[in-house]
Design a protein around this ligand. Structure first.
Ligand SMILES: NC(=O)c1ccc[n+]([C@@H]2O[C@H](COP(=O)([O-])OP(=O)(O)OC[C@H]3O[C@@H](n4cnc5c(N)ncnc54)[C@H](O)[C@@H]3O)[C@@H](O)[C@H]2O)c1
Length: 253
């Protein structure tokens, strides 16, 4: 827990999607430590309640990021004061171009990219009206956007799109002092990663394979990504926009 003299996110109101587990959850806790007001949203209300029972100061709300009207209504009617948006919700679909259906493609783009279009568009409209120097941090990935990853055709395409979206927002709103950056993690030890390992039928081998591709010889922790987020959400990074921050244990070297 940061002490009151060093709270790096004092005055920040951080709205997080996909905050019930993994990187989003770790970030919600860390932002709270750093003095931010935190709004944690997710599809999974049960898990959000667990988060709130651990940290009652975090506000929780159910939000499916694929429901554009709900996204717009929640941000404009309930949390118009937010000044940092973390687009973290995401979904990994495994497959090559041959095994990916059009439905898989559309679903992946809806969750991983269109959701960010909608949250970001809503926030930018509000921030421009009020003259707020807002800040958007988008969750991309090293997988397929920076480094080729086998069997991640549509996932990689969505995360590359996130990088493009990030640069587009950054260049269009730099004059409004609205910043936008992306985080590109390598393999991070989260519940969904563990589910994917179990689904292979050989958890131990799958875990070893994932560890091996990180040249530092281990998986990343969600808290390590949260540390990078704190820098990007804070005023320490006020001169940083339109950039992708890789945190991948050396995978992409
Ligand atoms: N874990 C990794 O190795 C890794 C690496 C690179 C990037 N990422 C990205 O980081 C983000 C978080 O991944 P993670 O592994 O920490 O978490 P996770 O996959 O374990 O959890 C994702 C959370 O998003 C929520 N979610 C899914 N669909 C949603 C929707 N439609 N609306 C709202 N919430 C929804 C889930 O309920 C869940 O709580 C994702 O965008 C993922 O692509 C993860």
């Amino acid at each position: 827990m940061a002490n009151s003299c060093t709270k790096r996110l004092a005055g920040k109101i951080v709205f997080i999607t996909g905050a019930a587990q993994g990187i989003g959850r770790a970030t919600a806790l860390r932002c709270d430590d750093e003095g931010a007001e935190v709004i944690a949203t997710d599809l999974n209300f049960e898990k959000l309640k667990e988060l709130q029972s651990e940290r009652s100061s975090i506000k929780i709300d159910t939000l499916d990021v694929t429901k554009s009207e709900d996204v717009k209504a929640m941000i404009t009617e309930k949390y118009p004061q937010l000044n940092v948006l973390f687009n973290c919700a995401g979904y990994v679909f495994n497959g090559t171009i041959e095994t990916t259906t059009e439905k898989d493609w559309d679903r992946s783009f809806d969750i991983n990219v269109k959701s960010m279009f909608c949250t970001s568009q809503t926030c930018i409209k509000l921030w421009k009206e009020k003259g707020v120097a807002g800040n958007i941090i988008n969750m991309a990935s090293v997988a397929s956007s920076i480094k080729g990853a086998t069997n991640r055709c549509v996932y990689g395409a969505t995360k590359a799109a996130v990088i493009g979206l990030t640069k587009s927002i950054a260049i269009d709103y730099v004059g409004n002092k609205i910043r936008c950056n992306a985080i590109c993690p390598g393999t991070i030890d989260t519940p969904s990663l563990n589910d994917r390992m179990k689904a292979t039928g050989d958890y131990d081998k799958s875990r070893t394979d994932f560890i091996t591709r990180q040249k530092l010889g281990r998986l990343g922790a969600p808290e390590e990504v949260a540390s990078m987020f704190v820098y990007l959400a804070s005023n320490e990074s006020n001169f940083v926009t339109g950039t992708c921050f890789t945190i991948d244990g050396g995978w992409s070297i």
